[in-house]
Design a protein around this ligand. Structure first.
Ligand SMILES: [Fe+2]
Ligand SMILES: [Fe+2]
Length: 212
């Protein structure tokens, strides 16, 4: 599983960044945001979500990218439901552990891969086509740094849960309780980040006939 110095470094960068931001910027943080505020330019008024699906410029690569988002949301739902099933004694520790090992790895590996692709390749591509939306892309990049920290917490609790499932199942409930809480936090993060990301980027893609 992913861990470690890189994301701790990112956490420090983020902490420094937000300590020095003017008060105006604090509300752009993922924990504060409730959608895109007026000072962040988007094309969403001209391309509201309702028109996306039938739009001729919504091609396969963009549909696949949004399907990946839907997959992350679903996977986080399943991980939270599994934790609840175990805490309610509806499934056994070994069954829960086997699913957790597989699904937690799937979520973390794919999420890290997804946002690394966005930071290194997809966002620069968008910015090169239309540089008016750089401020929104920067906010999404800051989200990704925060996501690294959330995923680190999730992985720590998942790893401890897997160890306890094997070595000391009597202690497992407390740890799964903590994992459940972190998973709910991750769900909230994903709901906000993925919605804002799509609201910023899909209209740009439709407008410029990008990606297919
Ligand atoms: Fe993202
Ligand atoms: Fe994404």
């Amino acid at each position: 599983m992913h861990s470690g110095p890189a994301s701790r470094g990112a956490a420090l960068v983020l902490e420094r960044l937000y300590r020095h931001l003017p008060a105006m910027e604090q509300h752009l943080h993922i924990a504060e945001r409730t959608g895109w505020p007026d000072e962040i330019p988007t094309l969403s008024a001209g391309y509201p979500r309702e028109v996306w699906d039938a739009h001729p410029h919504l091609r396969k690569p963009t549909r696949n990218w949004m399907a990946a988002h839907a997959g992350f949301r679903r996977l986080a739902d399943v991980l939270r439901d599994d934790a609840e099933q175990f805490l309610d004694a509806k499934i056994a520790a070994d069954f829960y552990g086997a699913r957790l090992a597989r699904l937690a790895r799937m979520l973390t590996v794919n999420l890290h891969g997804h946002h690394t692709f966005e930071d290194r390749s997809f966002f620069p591509e968008i910015n090169a086509v239309d540089p008016r939306f750089g401020s929104g892309l920067e906010v999404l990049e800051a989200d990704h740094m925060e996501l690294d920290q959330t995923l680190d917490r999730f992985e720590r609790h998942a790893r401890r849960s897997l160890q306890l499932a094997e070595l000391d199942p009597g202690q497992l409930k407390d740890e799964v309780g903590a994992l459940h809480k972190v998973t709910e936090g991750l769900q909230g993060f994903l709901a906000r980040h993925l919605a804002d990301e799509e609201d910023l980027i899909v209209p740009i893609i439709l407008h410029h006939r990008m990606r297919g």
